[in-house]
Design a protein around this ligand. Structure first.
Ligand code: SAH
Ligand code: SF4
Length: 405
């Protein structure tokens, strides 16, 4: 079977109308549901506790409710929007990748990372979640980008990835400490649902995770960044920068043709100024493509004077690209150049590379291999585009379809 790999957008799968997933139902709606049945509003609280603070797998286990109420709940709402989860562990059990199959058969991924406590450092358990199945942006080094766009996730589908992780953590007596929207999809292109999910994660009556422990990563959807800024809560914003020169960023992050890097940086700077929080800028280091001194200097010039932190991440090997990670000494040199320009930098070593922890890799594998000529054509185009970009030529390709914010 051949799969489209050049940002072709498959038709939107229209999920048949089903009851809402219970995790996305706001507490006041749940309370109103009980009141409409002639029951006290506080019953909603018992359900919320069962959703967020227990491992019950369906409402029949909520023994504080009558049998009739339990069956009515099971009809009105779906207890879990995830039909099946396949787990793969790596790093001696410290990284766990989950491939979730949703009700309509769509596959998405989440990754749970455990960082043990150290001297002066508390244990952290960070979950990386997906906001969309596939992605319309089509960054060529990203397995999700290669898959193309499938569909937006419903709020409950975002939240149920978190519930799945909480249940697995609780087996080891662990707690979730951080959530990052760095899985499949562009969160700011599904922003209404992402904001609903974030409100639930933040709400003390539901997960109750502090806003500062939630990171939203974007490839640069400028109106979405502005909306986050206007909203005010102090979520951490991460910007997938990858390059500060438009010619190169047009190739690496095709969304750049719509919102050029200077506009992205201005929106992110406004966010940092409004929230007083440092924005983190991610740079996936690709050997011979975006790791030159010229690129380090362009990033330094772009970010000078703003509340910023740069993360350099060696590119995870992804099938069907002509590229590999920059060698470590090159990354160290790049980091040093940024540091000497006064920009705070960390170099991240990849976690869970063996299980393809750059989200989308497992799902891409399951989607089946594209035909050999399609792969060859894609590689050829990427090499030509990156060589032209290195010469400073702007891409003449159109903005990917499906980018409407
Ligand atoms: N769409 C959003 C969030 C999901 S991608 C965004 O792009 O920010 C999360 C991060 O994974 C991004 O910074 C992305 O650039 C990075 N990433 C994707 N593929 C990668 C790969 N092969 N190696 C290393 N990082 C990768
Ligand atoms: Fe989409 Fe982010 Fe992957 Fe780019 S890196 S294709 S924006 S998921």
């Amino acid at each position: 079977m051949s799969t489209p790999i050049l940002s072709e957008r498959p038709p939107l799968s229209s999920a048949p109308s089903r009851p809402p997933g219970i995790s996305e139902v706001p507490p006041e709606t749940l309370a109103a549901w009980f009141v409409a049945r002639g029951e006290p509003a506080y019953r909603a609280r018992q359900v919320l506790d069962a959703i967020w603070r227990s491992t019950v797998v369906d409402p029949s286990a909520i023994t504080t409710l009558t049998a009739a109420t339990r069956s009515a709940l099971a009809v009105a709402f779906r207890w879990d929007t995830i039909a099946a989860t396949e787990l793969t562990a790596s790093d001696g059990g410290r990284t766990e990748k989950a491939l979730h199959r949703l009700d309509d058969g769509v596959a998405i991924e989440s990754v749970l990372m455990h960082y043990p406590a150290g001297p002066g450092r508390r244990e952290r358990n960070t979950l990386c979640i997906s906001s969309q199945a596939g992605c319309a942006v089509g960054c060529p080094f990203c397995a999700t980008g290669e898959l193309g766009f499938g569909r937006d996730l419903a709020t409950a589908e975002i939240l149920d990835q978190v519930r799945s992780a909480i249940h697995r953590l609780s087996v080891n007596g662990r707690h979730l400490t951080n959530i990052v929207f760095m899985g499949m999809g562009e969160p700011l292109l599904n922003l209404d649902r992402v904001l609903e999910a974030v409100a639930a994660l933040n709400d003390p009556a539901r997960l109750g995770l502090g806003a500062r422990h939630i990171t939203i990563s974007t490839s640069g959807v400028v109106p979405g960044i502005a909306r986050l800024t206007a909203l005010g809560p102090q979520f951490t914003l991460a910007v997938s920068l990858h390059a500060a020169r438009d010619s190169l960023r047009d190739v690496l992050v095709p969304l750049n043709r719509r919102w050029p890097v200077a506009e992205v940086a201005a929106a992110a700077r406004a966010h940092a100024d409004a929230t007083g929080r440092r924005v983190s800028y991610e740079v996936t280091m690709i050997g011979g493509v975006n790791d030159t001194d010229l690129d380090a200097d362009a990033i330094a010039a772009l970010l000078r004077g703003s509340l910023a932190h740069v993360n350099l991440i060696p590119m995870n090997p992804v099938a069907h690209t002509p590229w590999v990670a920059s060698p470590m000494p090159v990354i160290e040199r790049f980091a040093e150049r940024l540091r000497s320009a006064g920009i705070p930098v960390s170099v991240r070593r990849n976690r869970g590379q063996e299980v393809g922890a750059a989200c989308g890799q497992l799902a891409a594998e399951r989607a089946g291999a594209p035909s050999a000529p399609a792969v060859a054509l894609r590689r050829e185009r990427l090499v030509a585009a990156s060589v032209a970009a290195l010469r400073g030529e702007r891409s003449r390709e159109a903005v990917p379809t499906g980018i409407d914010a």
